[in-house]
Design a protein around this ligand. Structure first.
Ligand SMILES: [Zn+2]
Ligand SMILES: [Zn+2]
Length: 433
């Protein structure tokens, strides 16, 4: 008697599990659509960050859900098997790490036949073959890099070569910059002096590229072959008029070192947590006084800030590395004190300065974030509505969809024979052997 009862209990576990797998397929469809329509883009850095915040998944599991949801968008057979409760999420998760539309059918058969442990082992072996194939391909490409330089009969020098993709990207970028420098300048000069019709004189793209390469070579030899320290290359200097920092609508300007204008909001963000050197200009632009370089946030306060906030304080973020944000900007007279500072990651520092998100600190010390439309963005979302009997609701919905789910729906076809991973991959992987 008790045996029968336990059998029933086991069947019920198996059946409900299959229902949950089918419901998971539906959940993944919703996540895919939500992501495609950027429904999470309300201050969160990604769909996974939103999921972690809204449904309490740990960040790794949230990223995995989003990954699987996307993968299933291109793998209809696996998606259908999950939606029918025939394949567990664990198996689908493993299979989507390697499946492509070409290999999906074979891998589905494997998923149906084997246990979750079999699937996991085969997927690991499969990835090894994928990685080896990819490494061979990368090595082959790298070995084929070449630059041939030779002189033609008429004395012109001919170039022919193959560059690694990242080197090629650098070259294209450098040529574009050199072309811009050469032809921007000459266009500016021409527009003052030349008649409008100079099309006959305008060099072709190929000619411009040749001139650009000449400029690159001259520049390299002139300044010495030294790529420079990365900090020097990426340092950004903003010149900003004092009144603009306090009030974006004030007359004045914010410009980068090369003359590019940035918005007043951007310069406020950059100034929020920065080294600053105050230069006073006379009316004619002459610098009359240069102050000492000071950190906006002194090291001791920064340490205390990191200790208190631990990471970005934006709801659902928590990223460890952050910038100190002045809740009331120092240019408005906001003090650099712990109560006026909050740690925000780069993404969310931008959100509060440039995207209309608001943050203030209430007298009880809590931070309150608002969306650009003024709605509160709570640290913890309101709980979802749950039917009184969620299991019954799930069964009823699957019945209505015509799904016949029972205790054997997700059973593998495996009969206990030994698994030969190497052999299985040899017969199934398109690149094996
Ligand atoms: Zn700030
Ligand atoms: Zn953040």
């Amino acid at each position: 008697m008790e045996i029968h009862e336990l059998d029933r209990l086991g069947d019920e576990i198996a059946e409900l599990s299959a229902h949950l797998e089918a419901a998971t397929a539906h959940l993944l469809d919703l996540i895919r659509e939500f992501d495609a329509r950027a429904g999470w883009n309300t201050g969160f850095r990604s769909c996974a960050a939103w999921l972690a915040w809204r449904v309490g998944l740990d960040p790794g599991a949230a990223r995995e859900r989003v990954r699987v949801a996307h993968a299933l968008g291109t793998l209809p057979l696996l998606a259908r098997a999950l939606a029918r409760g025939e394949l567990s999420y664990a198996k689908v998760r493993a299979l989507t790490r390697v499946a492509t539309p070409e290999t999906e059918e074979r891998l589905l058969a494997l998923g149906r036949a084997g246990t979750a442990a079999h699937v996991e082992r085969i997927v690991r072996g499969w990835r090894r073959v994928d990685r080896q194939a990819e490494a061979r391909e990368t090595a082959r490409r790298h070995a084929s890099r070449a630059l041939h330089v030779y002189q033609d009969d008429d004395g012109m020098v001919v170039l022919r070569g193959r560059l690694a993709p990242e080197v090629g990207a650098l070259l294209v970028q450098a040529l574009a910059a050199a072309r811009e420098a050469l032809y921007q300048r000459s266009r500016e000069k021409d527009s003052d002096t030349s008649p409008p019709d100079v099309s006959a004189e305008t060099p072709t793209m190929a000619q411009q590229q040749a001139d650009a390469l000449a400029l690159l070579v001259e520049t390299a030899l002139h300044s010495g072959i030294d790529p420079g320290a990365p900090v020097e290359r990426y340092q950004v200097v903003v010149h900003v008029d004092g009144p603009v920092l306090a009030d974006p609508d004030a007359p004045g300007q914010s410009v980068l070192e090369d003359g590019t204008h940035v918005s007043a909001e951007t310069s406020q963000r950059l100034a929020c947590d920065a080294s600053r050197v105050v230069m006073r200009h006379a009316a004619d632009g002459q610098v009359v006084e240069v102050g000492a370089r000071t950190r906006t946030i002194p090291p001791a306060i920064r340490r205390a800030l990191h200790h208190r906030d631990r990471g970005c304080r934006f709801p659902g973020c928590g990223l460890r590395f952050g910038q100190g944000h002045h809740i009331r900007h120092w240019a408005h007279g906001g003090p650099t004190t712990l109560s006026n500072l909050a740690l925000l990651c780069r993404r969310h520092h931008r959100a509060v300065h440039e995207e209309g998100y608001q943050v203030d600190r209430h007298p009880d010390g809590e931070l309150r974030f608002r969306r650009p439309d003024g709605r509160l963005l709570p640290e913890v979302p309101p709980p979802a509505a749950i039917p009184a009997d969620p299991v019954q609701a799930l069964r009823a919905r699957h019945d209505a969809q015509g799904l016949r789910i029972h205790a054997r729906t997700a059973s593998p076809g495996w009969l206990g024979e030994r698994l030969d991973v190497g052999w299985a991959i040899d017969v199934m992987h398109p690149l094996a052997g």
